[in-house]
Design a binder for this molecule. Structure first.
Ligand code: FDA
Length: 507
């Protein structure tokens, strides 16, 4: 970190002037205050904050209401500071808390209320809430409602919804962002806008285009979805051998065509159990229905997996949330993000697959995993509801024609420049190897699995549309142009910017 000196006093003074009746020491933290260090270092991927090009923030603001967000925006502009907005802090490249220029973090941790209207089947959720808190609150109110968002309970609503967001119900109900029906945002001029006052273009942009380019989203109104009182889950492990490669081959043809209620995720991973090393394929599934209906379905559509009733467990939807998160115990476990088990050094990349990958590729992947050890490939089937929604409905364009999404993820425990270099090199090798077998022109990527390797804004504040297309069309395809037009209208001075923010259209 490089210290930004001299501006924190002016920033605090400005905040005091705008909201004179609230003591700033309760929500503005500068480097001379004890809370500052813990607020600055609370991130999920230490790989990012180890990079020395980043500064320490001039201050961290933890607003309790929209007025404090507004004040932070206005004072940052007055002081020539940038802002980074952090909800759950899971950004894969740390863009919610790292910046190369003097900046302020707006941390949404105190804005995490959730209010559910079960009659209307809707909820208002603030951006600082986690997915776990949202799922828990829904289940406290109704056993037959849920919400289709990501699997990890500590992920923040703010970043997740604004980047798309998918999980075990993606085939039945689409993305989290597909199920957002209203939102409150504070824009670059400090105005509070809801769906009606922000207009349909901006409301479109923040559902998948990344909130960080457009403003600070305070809260979201979502449509809850119906889940049966009993769902069924299974987890089938197979050692990677020729037979498993054949099963994977079949999975590629069937998983996206199954009934929308059935989601079968495939995870390939290197396992080291008491020095017995192996590469395993894990078929991890949620069926929105009972076991008696699942078994005949699997026998008919995917008999190769050889699923037995003993492999399956019936449970409530909220129990399935814990099951997928790898948590054992009461639903209250979804509320704690203090001891987050997911903190580790990691780097990820993503792909979309539009044609089944030939079996020999999986044989080669297995060999690569033995050499490189801590790599995971997580494959989430699409189809179902995802294919019914048009590519331009929201900025997330990866719809019909995509069989599944791949996330490549490499993790390591040891800090150090060499460890990072080695692991990232392995990941890049695997990504390069996969090129012929995944989507092309462009080779697509998922914004919420952010990857700065696919391209960044080349100039801090005036990257041209043509330059940014390199990465922008990978995330957004044809929607990128519309995003730049919305950006030009709502933030013409490009105040909300970062390495992968939407540039202005006219540049
Ligand atoms: P964070 O706070 O870091 O924000 C991410 C981005 O959104 C940043 O650019 C930030 O500035 C911006 N932002 C955040 N809050 C904002 C606000 N209120 N207004 C405007 N901009 C805002 N994804 C998925 O689809 N399915 C999954 O199952 C998972 N699982 C998963 C597990 C783990 C362990 C990790 C680390 C990540 C995932 N993800 C995922 C990816 C996740 O969806 C993605 O990282 C989200 O952007 C995280 O949102 P946070 O609010 O936690 O991040």
């Amino acid at each position: 970190y490089v210290n930004a000196i001299g501006t924190h006093n002016e920033f605090v003074l400005c905040m005091n002037n705008i909201i004179p009746f609230v003591n700033t020491s309760g929500y503005v933290f500068t480097h001379d205050m004890p809370m500052y260090s813990s607020l600055v270092s609370s991130e999920h991927n230490p790989r990012c904050s180890n990079l020395t090009v980043f500064r320490r923030p001039v201050g961290v603001v933890t607003p309790k209401n929209k007025w404090e967000i507004r004040a932070a925006i206005i004072c940052s502009q007055e002081q020539g500071l940038q802002v980074r907005v952090r909800s759950g802090g899971h950004d894969y490249e740390g863009l919610s808390y790292l910046c190369k220029s003097p900046f302020v973090i707006i941390d949404m941790r105190n804005l995490r209320s959730i209010s559910i209207d079960i009659k209307q089947e809707t909820a208002w959720v603030q951006s600082g809430a986690t997915l776990g808190e949202l799922y828990y609150s829904i289940a406290q109110t109704s056993q037959t409602h849920g919400f289709p968002a990501g699997i990890c309970p500590s992920v923040g609503v703010g970043g997740h919804f604004s980047g798309g967001g998918f999980g075990t119900m993606v085939r039945k109900y689409g993305l989290a962002a597909d199920n957002v029906i209203d939102a409150y945002l504070v824009d670059a001029t400090g105005r509070f806008l809801d769906r009606e006052s922000m207009g349909e273009d901006l409301f479109w942009a923040i559902r998948g285009g990344g909130g960080a380019s457009f403003g600070v989203i305070v809260s979201w109104k979502i449509k809850l979805v119906r889940v049966p009182p009993k769902v069924t889950v299974f987890n089938v492990h197979k050692n990677m051998d020729q037979h498993t490669v054949d099963i994977i081959h079949n999975w590629q043809y069937e998983a996206h065509k199954m009934k929308n209620e059935l989601f079968i995720r495939l995870l390939i991973q290197y396992v080291n159990d008491d020095n017995n090393t192996s590469v395993q394929a894990l078929f991890n599934s949620l069926f929105l229905g009972e076991l008696k209906d699942l078994i005949p379905l699997m026998n008919e559509k995917f008999p190769q997996l050889g699923l037995n009733a003993e492999d399956c467990i019936e449970m409530s939807w909220i129990e399935s949330v814990l099951y997928f998160a790898g948590l054992k115990g009461a639903p209250e476990l979804l509320l704690g993000n203090k001891t987050d088990p997911y903190v580790s050094y990691f780097k990820a990349k993503s792909d979309f697959v539009t044609k089944p990958i030939p079996p020999h590729v999986f044989v080669r992947i297995q060999e690569k995993f033995y050499q490189q050890k801590l790599i995971f490939m997580i494959m989430d089937p699409y189809g179902g509801r995802m294919s019914e929604i048009s590519e331009s409905h929201i900025p997330f364009p990866h719809r019909e024609g995509n069989l599944y999404n791949i996330q490549y993820l490499v993790k390591w425990e040891v800090n150090g420049v060499q460890a990072s270099k080695d692991h990232i090199h392995w990941l890049k090798e695997l990504y390069k190897y996969m090129e012929p077998y995944v989507s092309k022109h462009p080779r697509s990527a998922y914004l919420n699995y952010r990857d700065l390797d696919i391209g960044t804004n080349t100039h801090e504040n005036n990257t041209s549309y043509m330059e940014a297309k390199v990465w922008g069309e990978k995330y957004f395809k044809g929607n990128f142009k519309r995003l730049t037009k919305v950006k030009s209208r709502v933030d013409p001075d490009n105040f909300f910017r970062n390495e992968q923010s939407i540039p202005l259209h006219q540049n």
